[in-house]
Design a protein around this ligand. Structure first.
Ligand code: NAD
Length: 296
C-alpha cells in the first residue's frame, strides 16, 4: 500500500480520496476549506496543514483543483511543490486544465526528475463516489504503468491517451461533446413538455431511440425525472456551470491553436457563458435547461 498526498477535496476530490482510503492506502489530505479536510479525516485520512505537508515523502501526490492557475501555483515557483519534492514522489494531476498548462507543469517536473502525468477524469460526482471514473492519462508509458494501480482504486477505465498533455486534449474533446449533448437534451425536453408531453415519458422514448445519450441515461436535466440527478435536487452538487464554461474555454483555446472548426462547441460555450452571467455559475451544468424552460 502506498502513502498518497491528496490536494483538493471538493465535489470530486473528496470522494476520490475516500476511495483511496477504502483501498487501504495511507492518505494525507489538504484543502483550503477546513470542513473538507475534516470530512475526509472522519473517513480515515490524515489531515495535513499544507499542501507540502500532504505531499512530502509521499509515494504519490494526487491534485484535484478547479483550474490551471491553481495547479500551476501548487507545483511551480519557489514555493511550489516541485522545488520541495524528490524524484521518489510521482505526481498525478487529475484537474481539468489546458493541455498547455499540463505540459508546462510536466516539463518543469521532468527537469526536476520528478515523474508527472496529467490524468483528468470523466464520470461526474456519481462516478467519483462509486469509484468508477474514467482516467484519461497523458505522460510517459513508464509513469502510466506506475500510476495505474493507484488510479484503479478510484476508477474503472484507465486510458493512456498519449504523451504529456494528451489526457487534457482528450478530456476537452469529451467535455465539448458532453456540453453539446446536454444543451440538445434540455432543448428537446423543453420542446416536448411545451407541447404537452410528460418529461419522464419523453425521456424514456428518446433513451430507447436514436436520440439516446449519456444525459438521458444517467443525468436527466429535467427536475424529478431521475431521483438522484442534480436536476431533482435544485441543480445543487454535480458539475458546476462555471467549470463547464471553463472547459469550453479550453476547447476554444485548443481549437484556435490548431486552427480547428468547432461551431457546435462554440455555441455551447456561448450558452454556458450566458447562463453563468445570469448568476447560475454555481449550479450543476444540467441547469442549462433553465435557458429553455421555467424549471427550478
Ligand atoms: P470543486 O470546486 O468542488 O473542488 C475544488 C477544491 O479545490 C475545493 O474544495 C477548493 O477548496 C480546493 N482548492 C482550491 N485551491 C486549492 C489549493 N491551492 N490548495 C488546496 N485546495 C484547493 O471542483 P470539483 O467539481 O471537485 O472539480 C475539480 C476538477 O475536476 C476541476 O478541474 C473540474 O473541471 C474537474 N471535473 C469535475 C467534474 C464534476 O462532475 N464536478 C467531473 C470531471 C472533472
Amino acid at each position: 500500500m502506498a502513502t498518497i498526498g491528496f490536494i483538493g477535496l471538493g465535489n470530486m476530490g473528496g470522494p476520490m480520496a475516500a476511495n483511496l482510503v477504502k483501498a487501504g492506502h495511507q492518505v494525507r489530505v489538504f484543502d483550503l476549506v477546513a470542513e473538507a479536510v475534516a470530512g475526509l479525516v472522519a473517513q480515515g485520512a490524515q489531515a495535513a496543514a499544507s499542501a507540502l505537508e500532504a505531499a512530502q515523502d509521499a509515494d504519490f501526490v494526487v491534485s484535484m483543483l478547479p483550474a490551471g492557475q491553481h495547479v500551476e501555483a501548487l507545483y511551480l515557483g519557489e514555493q511550489g511543490l516541485l522545488a520541495q519534492l524528490t524524484p521518489s514522489t510521482t505526481l498525478i494531476d487529475s484537474s481539468t486544465i489546458s493541455p498547455e498548462s499540463a505540459r508546462k507543469v510536466g516539463q518543469a517536473a521532468a527537469q526536476a526528475g520528478i515523474p508527472f502525468v496529467d490524468a483528468p477524469v470523466s464520470g461526474g460526482v456519481g462516478g467519483a463516489q462509486a469509484g468508477t471514473l474514467s482516467f484519461i492519462v497523458g505522460g510517459e508509458a513508464k509513469t502510466f504503468t506506475q500510476v495505474k494501480p493507484i488510479l484503479e482504486a478510484m476508477g474503472k477505465n484507465i486510458f493512456h491517451a498519449g504523451d504529456l498533455g494528451a489526457g487534457q486534449v482528450a478530456k476537452v474533446c469529451n467535455n465539448m461533446l458532453l456540453s453539446i449533448l446536454m444543451c440538445g437534451t434540455a432543448e428537446a425536453l423543453a420542446l416536448g413538455v411545451k407541447n404537452g408531453l410528460d418529461p419522464a415519458v419523453l425521456s424514456e422514448i428518446m433513451k430507447q431511440s436514436s436520440g439516446g445519450n449519456w444525459a438521458l441515461n444517467v443525468y436527466n436535466p429535467w427536475p424529478q425525472v431521475m431521483e438522484n440527478a442534480p436536476a431533482s435536487k435544485g441543480y445543487q452538487g454535480g458539475f458546476q456551470v462555471d467549470l463547464m464554461a471553463k472547459d469550453l474555454g479550453l476547447a476554444t483555446e485548443v481549437a484556435l491553436a490548431s486552427k480547428s472548426s468547432t461551431p457546435m462547441g462554440s455555441l455551447a460555450r456561448s450558452l454556458y457563458s450566458l447562463h453563468a452571467q445570469q448568476g447560475k455559475g454555481k449550479l450543476d451544468f444540467s441547469s442549462i435547461t433553465q435557458l429553455f424552460a421555467d424549471v427550478e
